[in-house]
Design a binder for this molecule. Structure first.
Ligand code: EPU
Length: 425
């Protein structure tokens, strides 16, 4: 397994361009199988989760061509609705659950293994299933597989008990091909929900209200291929913003949608960081000492749970005591032990971490417990007083394109080593 070695203490300087949004494209790629057609998708990030999704679709029979960040997905020939043989691939990511909605929409049948994904708490898919059942599917879970069949798929009124990104997208994927009107109430409003809906509408779907908590979908009989460009990744943008703030750097982050970053911009400004918005860019200038703040993770437009861990790193060196309350995933504090090993002063009480700032973090060997914890460990390494080794970076590769190269271009001293590398012995 690869590891990162980071020599801390270098302020980030320069420019970085943000790649396409992981959690949007992971809904868009399965959406492309909703018809016998060919779609061209631009701004597709080169990350492990996306590459796995492509492999699964190819194994199901889709023809996929990739050139740089452009993907062409051709499903003119029928593909299989049975994903059960590809449990190894589906088990390595969360978004494999979108094959349920997409295949149910196209074939009225789907067999898909239960998904994997980061171990950050209880992650049921009961709301997805409730939605599919409301649309007329029978759903059986046995031997680790979700088996669905719907002789008829009919529009329905669905009220989500919890605001769920996955359930909102999954229900949209099936409902666009159902007969009649579906209403999703208490829908998630994340930018990636809007992006998947925009893609579906370009394919001929009729979806209104994406980005609000009531989404109305009128099912259509025919859909067709389209050309689409994925939005920039909100969480990757936030990660670079925090890395600049933590290192007292000055960077321009290009190809971003500043509106998507408002919750993060507001919190960083409260900490004393200078954040300047441009048309499709954000400049971040870190000013130390950082001020302590309180953060509570919430569904969009609130502060995203996916940036809770990087934010905690900033708090470890802020003046005073900050709190961070995780209201989405109850086990998203596993990385705290690693930060404590670097000298951070953190106590956890239920879902709230209290973090009292220290002068600096001390470099040591730390490990990555999940994707965003990995991003947090990298930021911790960038500010630590020496050489930090971060192991299990396979989690980071799932969601960040060219992280090491981008950080190097910004002046960080970071290299990737494999266990075979003598530097790691
Ligand atoms: N929930 C249920 N039942 C369901 C679905 C969700 O109780 O059927 C609960 C969850 O347990 C959680 C809350 O609802 O407490 C929100 O979960 P959501 O369904 O929104 O999360 P998800 O679809 O499993 C996606 C992202 C995550 C991101 C969350 C929240 C993808 C592939 N994953 O997960 O991304 O943290 O939304 O925004 O889109 C990441 O990128 O690192 C990541 C973990």
């Amino acid at each position: 397994m690869d590891a990162f070695i980071i020599e801390g203490g270098n302020p980030l300087q320069g420019e970085v361009a943000i790649s396409g949004a992981k959690n949007a494209v992971l809904g868009i790629i399965p959406a492309a199988v909703l018809c016998a057609c060919s779609s061209k998708i631009d701004n597709v990030p080169d990350i492990k989760d996306v590459n796995k999704m492509i492999v699964i679709l190819e194994k199901l029979g889709a023809e996929i061509y990739r050139e740089n960040d452009t993907l062409i997905i051709n499903t003119e020939k029928p593909i299989s609705y049975d994903v059960s043989d590809y449990e190894e691939e589906t088990g390595q990511m969360r978004a494999s659950y979108y094959l349920l909605g997409a295949l149910l929409g196209r074939y009225r049948k789907a067999i898909v293994p239960l998904p994997g994904g980061c171990n950050i708490g209880d992650r049921p898919i009961d709301q997805h299933i409730k939605g599919f059942q409301a649309l007329g599917a029978t759903v059986v879970i046995e031997h680790g597989q979700v088996k669905m069949e719907a002789p008829e798929l009919k529009g329905a009124h669905i009220f989500l008990d919890v605001v769920s990104v996955g359930a909102t997208i999954n229900i949209m994927l099936a409902a666009v091909r159902a007969d009649g009107k579906t209403i999703i109430e208490n829908a998630a409003k994340e930018p990636h929900i809007v992006d998947v809906a925009n893609f579906l509408n370009l394919m001929g779907a009729n979806i209104k209200g994406a980005g609000t908590d009531v989404i109305k979908i009128v099912g259509v009989e025919e859909m067709h291929g389209c050309e689409y460009s994925v939005i920039p990744d909100q969480i990757t943008t936030g990660t670079y913003m925090m890395a600049a703030a933590a290192t007292e750097g000055d960077i321009l982050i290009k190809n971003v949608i500043p509106k998507h970053m408002e919750a993060i911009t507001a919190k960083l400004s409260e900490m004393g960081v200078v954040v300047l918005e441009e048309d499709d860019g954000i400049r971040v200038i870190g000013k130390h000492p950082l001020k302590a703040v309180n953060v509570k993770t919430m569904p969009y437009p609130g502060f995203p749970t996916d940036l809770q861990q990087p934010m905690a790193v900033l708090m470890t060196i802020a003046q005073g005591t900050s709190t961070i309350t995780e209201s989405i995933f109850e086990s998203r504090f596993k990385y705290v032990d690693e930060l404590r090993r670097m000298g951070a002063n953190i106590s956890i009480n239920s879902r709230t971490a209290s973090i009292t700032g220290v002068k600096s973090l001390s470099a040591t060997k730390i490990r990555t417990t999940d994707l965003r914890a990995g991003a947090a460990m990298v930021i911790a390494g960038l500010i630590a007083d020496g050489e930090t080794k971060i192991t299990e970076i396979v989690h980071i590769d799932r969601g960040y394109e060219n992280l090491q190269e981008n950080l190097r271009n910004l002046g960080a001293v970071i290299r990737r080593v494999s266990e075979k590398d003598p530097a790691c012995l």
